[in-house]
Write a protein that binds this ligand. Structure first.
Ligand code: EPU
Length: 450
């Protein structure tokens, strides 16, 4: 297992190109199961979660041909997927337990093959993550769903003894914490091949859902309204192959924006989805950051210069996570790292995953002054953080600790960075290119005492 050793205190400066989005790529790759023709994806990031999804798709009968990016600063490599053997339709626990997004295979496989068996994702370090809305949506389309030995078994009932088809329906996908991103993608994929029209009400509006809709449209699906709370899908009989470029990763971009703020740096991000980061940039601007966006470029792939707060210092703010276009839960931990050094008290409320606070205790070990009550954390700004050995068993919490380490005095040792590797490609190389003093160390070597 690897760890990062970070010597903090360097002001980061330079230029980075944002990688393709992990959370868009995962359901996009799974949507390949909807067609017999090859689908090519570009700007696919090289991440552990993506490799797991490709392994799963391989088990489900896809031929996988990957071409890694030739240039390390490019947004990602390309992957060509082609279903050549649809006989195995079982996503086994061994894969699902490493990656919850395996659930994305459910809707496509059910709609195309009439049958899908997927291990039920278990608990997760960021809290309880049920899939009831996914199942409710697919049942509304006519699927028979049962549970057996920890697996979800979904079937399209036969019609007159022959293979049947899902049927379009009006479906409400709102839950106690808003809509569901992967659930919306799952139901939208299944409805694309259903008979008749489906209307998803309270659909997730996240840009990753729009990217999946754009792929499906390129494959021949008839979909309108993606990006709004009502998506309408007129089912078609078959979908064809396509060539699709994955959107840039808004969470990776937002994390490097936080790096600019916490180190009082100056980072220019190319291929930046500024249009999908309005709430984040608004909050960081209130905290003292400064952003210049190139208005002449596509707002989903533009250039943004991000600068820290200068001599004024980081200002305290209030932030509440919400479904898109609100402030994303996937940036809450990183923003908390920034606010630990603000000049006053900030209030952070988590409304999507109310237990997503694994970073709180670890940040406290670095000298942050945090008080949590339920889904809210009061962050009382301190003048300095002090390096310490830390660990978090969740991707974004680990990113938060790296950010804190960049600003802390002395050495921070972030253990078990495999969590980070799930969602950030070569983070240490990218930070080092900006001037950070950070090394990846194999844990067998003794840790630097911090
Ligand atoms: N929920 C339900 N029932 C469901 C599904 C979700 O109650 O059937 C609840 C969840 O417990 C949560 C809320 O609804 O409170 C939103 O969950 P959602 O289904 O939208 O999450 P997801 O689709 O499983 C994706 C991202 C997460 C991100 C969330 C929210 C991927 C692979 N994952 O998960 O990303 O936090 O949307 O935006 O796209 C990450 O990248 O670190 C990460 C966790």
């Amino acid at each position: 297992m690897d760890r990062f050793d970070i010597r903090g205190g360097t002001r980061l400066a330079g230029r980075l190109s944002v990688k393709g989005s992990k959370n868009a790529a995962l359901p996009l790759l799974a949507a390949t199961l909807l067609t017999d023709e090859p689908v090519t994806f570009r700007h696919v990031p090289d991440l552990a979660d993506i490799r797991n999804m490709l392994r799963l798709l391989g088990e489900l009968g896809c031929q996988v041909d990957s071409s890694p990016a030739t240039d390390t600063d490019s947004p990602g490599g390309s992957v060509r997927l082609h279903v050549t053997d649809p006989t195995v339709s079982h996503a086994r626990y061994e894969i699902v337990r490493t990656m919850r997004a395996s659930i994305s295979a459910l809707g496509p496989m059910l709609a195309k093959r009439g049958y899908a068996r997927i291990s039920l994702p278990g608990g997760c370090s960021i809290g309880e993550r049920p899939v009831d809305l996914h199942l409710r949506g697919l049942q509304a389309l006519g699927a028979d769903i049962t549970l057996d030995s920890g697996d979800i078994i979904a079937r399209v009932p036969k019609a007159h003894g022959k293979a049947g088809r899902l049927r379009g329906a009006r479906i409400f996908l709102g839950g106690p914490f808003g809509s569901t991103v992967l659930g919306t993608a799952n139901v939208m994929c299944a409805a694309a091949l259903a008979e008749g029209t489906t209307v998803i009400e309270s659909a997730a509006c996240e840009p990753e859902v729009v990217d999946v809709a754009n792929l499906l449209i390129a494959m021949g699906a008839r979909i309108t309204g993606a990006g709004s709370p009502r998506i309408t899908i007129h089912g078609v009989e078959r979908l064809r192959g396509a060539d699709h470029t994955v959107i840039p990763d808004r969470i990776e971009a937002g994390t490097y924006m936080c790096a600019a703020l916490i180190t009082n740096g100056d980072i220019t991000l190319d291929n930046c989805p500024a249009d999908a980061l309005m709430a984040h940039m608004d909050r960081l601007t209130h905290a003292g950051g400064h952003f210049e966006t190139d208005d002449k470029k596509d707002p989903m792939r533009t250039t943004v210069r991000c600068q820290g707060a200068g001599t004024r210092g980081i200002q305290p703010i209030e932030v509440t996570t919400q479904p898109h276009p609100g402030f994303p839960t996937d940036l809450q931990a990183q923003l908390m790292a920034v606010l630990t050094l603000a000049d006053g008290n900030s209030v952070i409320t988590e409304r999507i995953f109310t237990e997503r606070f694994l970073h709180v205790a670890e940040l406290s070990r670095m000298g942050a002054n945090l008080f949590r009550q339920g889904p809210t954390v009061i962050v009382s700004g301190v003048r300095r953080l002090v390096g310490a050995p830390v660990m978090a068993s969740d991707l974004r919490a680990s990113a938060c600790l790296v950010l804190a380490g960049l600003a802390a005095e002395g050495t921070t040792v972030v253990n078990r960075v495999y969590h980070l590797d799930r969602g950030y490609e070569r983070m240490e190389d990218r930070l080092r290119a900006l001037g950070a003093n950070i090394e990846r160390v194999n844990e067998k070597e003794p840790a630097i005492s911090a």
